[in-house]
Design a protein around this ligand. Structure first.
Ligand code: MOS
Length: 754
């Protein structure tokens, strides 16, 4: 049964950790006080493929303050490689002499100071046995194979799409590409390891406290009970801290060898190769339609680069095949193994590249049909997932288009490319669908409340910048009828009850639902005791009808008693409850699995009864200079329907940040790869282009109200990733409208339009 959440959510609430963050009191992993640490610095490979023939270390060892140098020769057998996000191996590091990619960790210097470690790292000589590497698509030596399908990814397929495409009255068939991108979270990749006898504490920014704990324990052959992970705040993650990467176990080994804490703060350029990234894609999208615009065929194929040993891929066709009604669908995804580090999650991993192709293609089809692009979406809108035949739990896509279009002024658009102009500037208006599946994970939480109304909530959820502390505080305080400022929230520590990985935009739905459950248990205990007590004004009431509101336990007809009285009846002091939540669609044992480090997330397509997605519509105005081809984006309007909005203030920031990142991806971002050496060449924030304030317009966000009583009890969909998903195509479509030039390769820069 869904709950009416109007009394709980929807009030703009400043972040409870806002002051700590802006005053510097918030401790990120490398800020945690550690007694007498030694400092690590990474030595990384200068070649992308081959072997380490040998090290020349005498100069490095002679640097004053150098304590230890770890290489595969002296520690290689002490750790196993971490499991990758797809369960397969990641690119390994010190285990052997093998080089899998440029920038692979090949040695770790440990010294009394960061500076000494850095100096020594620069004095390490390496004799490589180099082989010619394969960099990316079309490089000699890459191997291509279909991605592995299974329970999580099945390559949506139905009807006979090639035949339907051949017979279609109107069709498009296009190739698109998206570049390599790196997350570059402001907080660098750091790891600090502290041993206390057999027990290891790891301070590391992470989206998976219990996952990191279990994974590192496995690598080091420890009992997971010996490992604790701590990450109270995370300075940006975006997927880059979802999996376990190689460095963590090696810093643990360094600390063990020394008998002293070791701290690593990796450099910005190391972050491009020791963590994950968004791999480049190539895609083919073909759409067939009848003259009235109804889709008759959809073919979407993708190719994604990955490392040699990993089959990691994002397979966004799982989403694109479900967007519009269509009887004939064919999809396929291939992985292209190259001499590269293993890619991984990056904000809306599947949707960001694959919705670019689908939504560009929809715009191309609209032009081929001579139809308004919004009308094309309307004609093909559906409340039923065309792939599975299951209903969407809710889908308000056209309401998003209608509200954003009205705000944007779409009715004033002259559809002819190049027809709108302001002096030297060609004006283009484009739009696209945004979407993201609603995922939710199992979780456990502990909640304690005092007669004075002070609340403490503990769960190993993750504050990755999204406002997670505040979501928990709001849920707990309002469910108990108490004050948000009286809630203390503890997250980011594997000594707290486990929560699924903070990925796939599941955090608000996952944590709010489990915390609500804990509060319900408090309410139930208070209500039962009050109803049974002849001295209570609520005596004899149906316990189910009693509510916690405004610091009281309230019944019908105005009868109530103070929270304090109700609580003291059941406990002399603090009432503590523990709750577990296995969301609908979770496999048996999902919560127990959390305690073993499994994430057990239920995906938007993972339920028997419904599919669950959030939707949005994104509109962009571009201005392209008629002579220089400079591209500006003065206006962005986005509307989203994502179920219950817990905190509109934080949600606004998430939606806006997503749209802004989308602009960045569409127009600026790309990690450049030198094809000969298979090395990234712009591994810093000067050469990796991102927008500055002057590039960013007013971004208008509309939150379209949506009640969804099927998605989960509180009706919450995810909002962390959807904001980026329509932007690539909205920009490309606007550029086409401005110039008549269809750019199918991102990013779109002035040179794309010459
Ligand atoms: Mo998100 S890319 O699932 O952390």
């Amino acid at each position: 049964m869904a709950r009416d959440t109007a009394d709980l959510f929807g009030k703009p609430t400043p972040r409870i950790d806002g002051v700590a963050k802006v005053t510097g009191a918030a401790r990120y992993a490398s800020d945690e006080p550690t007694a007498n640490p030694a400092f690590a610095y990474l030595v990384t490979s200068d070649i992308a493929r081959g072997r380490v023939g040998g090290f020349r270390l005498s100069e490095a060892k002679a640097v004053p303050g150098v304590i230890d140098i770890l290489t595969h020769d002296n520690v290689g057998d002490l750790a196993k490689p971490p499991a990758q996000m797809d369960g397969g191996p990641t690119t390994t590091t010190l285990e052997t002499d093998q080089i899998w990619h440029d920038g692979q960790i090949i040695a770790i210097i440990v010294a009394e100071s960061y500076e000494a470690a850095r100096e020594a790292a620069r004095k390490v000589g390496v004799d490589y046995l180099a082989e010619p590497p394969s960099a990316t698509f079309e490089s000699p030596g890459v191997t291509i194979e279909p991605h592995k399908t299974g329970e999580e990814s099945k390559d949506p397929m139905k009807g006979d799409a090639p035949a339907a495409l051949a017979a279609a009255e109107v069709k498009i068939d296009s190739r698109y590409s998206t570049p390599t991108q790196h997350h570059n979270p402001l907080e660098l990749f750091t790891t600090t390891c502290v041993w206390d006898g057999p027990n290891l504490t790891i301070y590391e920014g992470s989206q998976a406290m219990w996952g990191l704990k279990a994974n590192v324990a496995k690598q080091l052959g420890l009992d997971p009970a010996q490992v604790r992970t701590v990450s109270h705040y995370v300075g940006g993650a975006f997927g880059s801290r979802g999996g376990t990467t190689a460095r963590t176990a090696w810093i643990a080994i360094a600390a063990k060898r020394l008998g002293r804490p070791v701290k690593l703060v990796a450099t910005r350029d190391d972050g491009f190769t020791i963590a994950t990234y968004r791999a480049e894609t190539q895609q083919r999208l073909a759409l067939g339609a009848s003259r009235d615009g109804k889709l008759t065929a959809l073919i979407h194929e993708g190719w994604e680069v990955t490392s040699r040993p990993s089959g990691y891929n994002v397979a966004g066709t799982e989403t694109t095949a479900r967007m519009y009604a269509c009887r004939n669908i064919s999809t396929a995804v291939h992985v292209v193994h190259a001499d590269r580090n293993t890619p991984g999650f990056m904000r809306a991993p599947p949707e960001t590249p694959y919705m670019f192709a689908l939504e560009s293609g929809m715009d191309e089809l609209a032009y081929a049909l001579g139809m308004d692009p919004i009308e094309l979406r309307r004609v093909n809108d559906t409340q039923i997932d065309p792939v599975s035949g299951k209903p969407f739990s809710s889908r308000s896509l056209m309401a998003c288009f209608d509200q954003a279009a009205a705000k944007f002024g779409w009715s004033n658009r002259n559809p002819k490319p190049g027809a709108m102009r302001d002096g030297d500037w060609l004006i283009g208006w484009g739009c696209a669908t945004a979407t993201y599946p609603t995922n939710i994970g199992p979780a456990a939480a502990r909640l304690a409340v005092t007669p004075e109304g002070k609340i403490k909530v503990q769960l190993a959820a993750h504050e990755i910048g999204t406002g997670a502390y505040t979501v928990v505080a709001i849920t707990a305080a309002r469910s108990l009828g108490l004050k948000v400022e009286d809630a203390t929230v503890m997250l980011g520590d594997s000594s707290l009850p486990p929560v699924t990985v903070a990925g796939g935009s599941n955090n608000a739905a996952t944590t709010a639902n489990v915390v609500y459950k804990a509060c319900e248990e408090v309410r139930r205990q208070l209500a039962q005791a009050a109803a049974a007590d002849p001295a209570s004004p609520l005596h004899g009431a149906d316990p189910a009808s009693l509510k916690l509101e405004n610091g009281t336990l309230a019944g019908q007809g105005g009868a109530s008693e103070p929270f304090k009285t109700a609580l003291e009846r059941v406990t002399g002091g603090v009432l503590e409850v523990y709750a577990e939540n296995a969301p609908q669609g979770a496999k048996p044992g999902a919560v127990a699995g959390l305690y073993e480090g499994k994430s057990a997330m239920v995906r938007g397509t993972g339920r028997e009864d419904v599919v669950t997605f959030a939707f949005g519509a994104q509109f962009v105005e571009v201005r392209v200079h008629a002579r220089t081809r400079e591209i500006r984006t003065p206006r962005v309007v986005s509307a989203f329907s994502a179920g219950t909005i817990v905190n509109p203030m934080a949600a606004h920031s998430q939606f806006m940040g997503g749209a802004l990142w989308g602009l960045s991806a569409a127009l600026l971002e790309a990690t450049q790869i030198d094809r000969k050496s298979a090395r990234y060449v712009n591994t810093n924030l000067a050469d990796y282009l991102i927008p500055v304030n002057a590039d960013v317009p007013e971004i208008e966000i509309i939150m379209v109200p949506e009640e969804d009583d099927r998605v989960n009890p509180l009706g919450i969909k995810g909002i962390g990733e959807i904001g980026i998903t329509g932007m690539n195509a909205a920009v490309a479509n606007a550029v086409f409208h401005a110039t008549g030039k269809r750019v199918r390769d991102l990013p779109i820069r002035a040179e794309s339009l010459l």
